[in-house]
Design a protein around this ligand. Structure first.
Ligand SMILES: NC(=O)c1ccc[n+]([C@@H]2O[C@H](COP(=O)([O-])OP(=O)(O)OC[C@H]3O[C@@H](n4cnc5c(N)ncnc54)[C@H](O)[C@@H]3O)[C@@H](O)[C@H]2O)c1
Length: 264
């Protein structure tokens, strides 16, 4: 069977008008930039993270662009909370087209001192949290029968070790990458594409202490040929690509946004 695109389809391939996106971690550096980016191209956005008040800024930016924003409090470590987030999405918009799982945490310490509690907490937030959000989104997409796009947030740390204490975080992101491939293969028959972005370090309030430390900055820049950390906005084009027919034959892909790190 052929799935050809007309010139109009090609011209409008990034148009998200009428689409509903859910972005977890919507108050964070990445989640905020991605929410605004999706709204700029026409999507209504459900912005979620644990504390409702932290979502006000992102929601206001989305609405300023003339799109609808629904801020929803959701702890991705809790199944009931994730179910409730999806119920609110469906109650408000009747569907979900795009899920971006940008919620995540990083706890770093030397590998020999990494406590099992911290290790499990990172795995729970980053891996269990990603799986649960993908599951509730996919169930609605399957029910509606119109396909959909899921974009998980991995990391360059999911490919490579790093001296700065990433035993929990790196392991969790490696798991996110493989989970992404597994979901892509299982859900392709429902026309649900599942892809991941794998950024190198980018500026957020949380990475500012690392990147403001001259020595640490040097350590991180040693492996980024482009010679700078990423910005949250550097993730937007990749998410847009993976959310639209621009990537209609792409699924199970881990798209590095790393200034050439993985090419080294
Ligand atoms: N900042 C970087 O350098 C970098 C690099 C590669 C990948 N990432 C990944 O990008 C994603 C976004 O990170 P960021 O840098 O924007 O961080 P951030 O700390 O600015 O944002 C993280 C977001 O996740 C939310 N969150 C954390 N735990 C949660 C939970 N249990 N339930 C719901 N929400 C929760 C936070 O409230 C926040 O909105 C994360 O998955 C992170 O691992 C970040």
């Amino acid at each position: 069977m052929r799935a050809t695109m007309s010139q109009d389809d090609l011209k409008n391939m990034f148009n998200l008008t009428g689409k509903v996106a859910v972005v977890t971690g919507g108050s964070g550096g990445a989640g905020k930039a991605i929410s605004i980016g999706l709204a700029l191209y026409g999507a209504d956005v459900v912005v979620t993270s644990r504390t409702l008040s932290t979502l006000e800024e992102t929601a206001a930016e989305v609405e300023k662009l003339g799109r609808k924003a629904l801020p929803v409090s959701c702890d991705v470590m809790e199944q009931e909370s994730v179910n409730n987030m999806m119920k609110k999405t469906i109650d408000e918009f009747g569907k979900i087209d795009i899920m971006v799982t940008a919620a995540g945490i990083a706890l770093r310490s030397p590998a020999e001192e990494m406590s099992i509690e911290d290790f499990q907490k990172v795995m729970k937030a980053n891996v269990d949290g990603t799986l649960m959000c993908c599951q509730v989104a996919a169930k609605e997409m399957i029910k509606a029968g119109n396909g959909g796009n899921i974009i998980t947030v991995g990391s360059i740390r999911g490919f490579q070790g790093h001296p700065a204490g990433y035993s929990a975080y790196g392991t969790s992101k490696g798991a996110v990458h493989l989970l992404t491939k597994q979901l892509a293969v299982e859900w392709a028959k429902h026309n649900i594409r599942v892809n991941s972005i794998a950024p190198c370090i980018f500026w957020t309030p949380l990475t500012e202490p690392i990147l403001s430390d001259e020595e640490m900055y040097k350590v991180f820049m040693q492996r980024i040929p482009i010679g700078r950390p990423a910005e949250p906005e550097d993730l937007v084009g990749a998410v847009l690509y993976l959310s639209t027919p621009a990537s209609s034959m792409v699924t199970g892909h881990i798209l590095s946004i790393d200034g050439g790190t993985s090419a080294w």
